[in-house]
Design a protein around this ligand. Structure first.
Ligand code: IFM
Length: 480
């Protein structure tokens, strides 16, 4: 079994190289790429239900076929090998493995991940498995979803099934991907599945995601060899006040609390931050929600922390107390996802935008990594997602030239390299995404892939950025 455990060494600031053993990868997620939505016993997840609900996803797109990775994974692994990837971060579809979210595993579902990981290992690519990238079995949502405490226990049970089946070949495990999105976009603003807009349910979901993570860490440690590495991936918001005013500092404190510390507090410090509890006391009864023993469970030690970064989060507190702009990059909704801090306004950091209308600012990644590493010494970091959507197209010669993505990757990888030189313990980088895929409520309208997918034919065309990234991997260094 291969585990991702490179030795990092300090780097000179002027160099363009990365530490020996730096993990170069690319990432995807089950619902975004697999397709095969009804095959081999898979039942609907909340994203199947949501995407099939008219008006929820742009153009009525669904993940029914997606990039057809379920059937084409061998070709995709061959492509990864060609690009020289050292690791592939994928997610396991819960409703494929345990369709109703309860009871025994479905072997046919697990077999897909056995075949995928075998193919990866054969190609010399380290598999990195995420247990939950947002596809809750619909039956569990019908029983209450993440706001319901039992969902956390169900998740730990599923973690055991997955670890028992794949623990002999997967050495690196991630419990949740971006629990902020699951809780705040799924139950707050409703732009993600299951599309609920209930502030109390949002905070309850956040706590139960934390609890589910903690219980899953325990389950994984019990089922896996001691060499296995266990992590969680957070989309930490790199929060900046718009001005130096005390009001904007207050806005930044609030968004840092409900966007970041609601997870890092209990996970890494064993407690919910006092200011978060104050800001949200009118929404939920935290004393009733957080039971004895929960915080010890949630704060089980981790081997690695996964960090996803795309753009900074610039905030202000409008003088009239009403947020006039909610340019938070998380999709349009009449309901704010920022439970308890709905009055905060959001701004673009600059006008250099990706196709998602997210500002391009690599300094945010440097700040995030250096600050997290300084705050949590001894906890290695992994950039588990970073990348950009642009309006890619195939030229008449059959090529996809994406110089903007190359520039984005170059500047962000340079930020990672500088963070390492400045003392951050960053072990690897996973480009989001290997393939163009189903970008949630944006459907297939946004292309994040290093590899272009022509959806009508499912033909893969590596973009210029894929070739560029392959060269970086080969040299373990950025071009000078
Ligand atoms: O596509 C998503 C991914 O599923 C989670 N992180 C952000 C990406 C881009 O929006």
């Amino acid at each position: 079994m291969t585990a991702v455990r490179p030795e990092t060494t300090a780097l000179p600031a002027s160099d363009t190289s990365f530490p020996t053993g730096f993990v170069w990868g690319a990432a995807t997620a089950a619902y975004q790429v697999e397709g095969a939505a009804t095959e081999d016993g898979r039942t609907p997840s909340i994203w199947d239900t949501f995407s099939h609900t008219p008006g929820k996803v742009r153009n009525g797109d669904t993940g029914d076929i997606a990039a057809d990775h379920y059937h084409r994974f061998r070709d995709d692994v061959a492509l990864m090998k060609e690009l020289g990837l050292k690791a592939y971060r994928f997610s396991i579809s819960w409703p494929r493995v345990q369709p109703t979210g309860r009871g025994p595993a479905v072997e046919r579902g697990l077999d897909f991940y056995r075949r995928l990981t075998d193919a990866l290992l054969e190609a010399g690519i380290t598999p990195v498995a995420t247990l939950y990238h947002w596809d809750l079995p619909q039956e569990l949502e019908d029983a209450g979803g993440w706001p319901h405490r039992d969902t956390a226990h169900r998740f730990a049970d599923y973690a055991t099934l997955a670890a028992r089946a794949l623990g002999d070949r997967v050495g690196m495990w991630t419990t949740l991907n971006e629990p902020w999105c699951s809780a705040f976009l799924g139950y707050g603003s409703g732009v993600h599945a299951p599309g609920r807009t209930d502030p109390a349910a949002t905070l309850r979901a956040a706590h139960h995601l934390n609890l589910g993570h903690g219980e899953a860490v325990g389950a994984l440690r019990a089922a896996l060899p001691s060499s296995a590495q266990v992590s969680i991936t957070l989309n930490l918001h790199q929060v900046r006040p718009l001005t130096d005013s005390p009001e904007d500092a207050e806005a930044a404190r609030r968004i840092d609390a409900v966007g970041n510390r609601i997870f890092t507090g209990p996970l890494l410090d064993g407690a919910y931050p006092e200011d978060l509890l104050r800001d949200t006391a009118h929404v939920v009864d935290w004393d009733e929600l957080v039971r004895a023993g929960d915080l010890a469970e949630i704060s089980r030690p981790l081997d690695v922390l996964g960090v996803n970064y795309y753009a900074p989060t610039v905030v202000s507190l409008p003088a009239d107390g009403a947020a006039s702009t909610r340019n938070d990059g998380h999709g349009a909704s009449d309901h704010s996802p920022w439970t308890g801090s709905e009055q905060v306004a959001f701004h673009l950091a600059n006008d250099d935008l990706t196709a998602m209308n997210w500002s391009i600012d690599p300094s945010g990644l440097h700040t995030l990594l250096t600050e997290m590493s300084a705050r949590h010494p001894g906890l290695p970091l992994m950039v588990t997602e970073n990348g950009a959507a642009f309006d890619d197209y195939v030229s008449p010669e059959g090529r996809v030239e994406d110089p903007q993505r190359i520039a984005y990757l170059h500047s962000h990888l340079d930020a990672v390299r500088r963070a390492i030189a400045d003392g951050a313990d960053v072990r690897g980088y996973f480009l989001w995404s290997l393939l163009d895929n189903f970008e949630w409520s944006y459907g297939y309208s946004k292309r994040f892939g290093a590899v272009y997918v022509d959806y009508p034919t499912q033909r893969r065309i590596p973009k210029a950025s894929a070739r560029w990234y392959a060269e970086v991997i080969r040299n373990n260094a950025l071009p000078a």
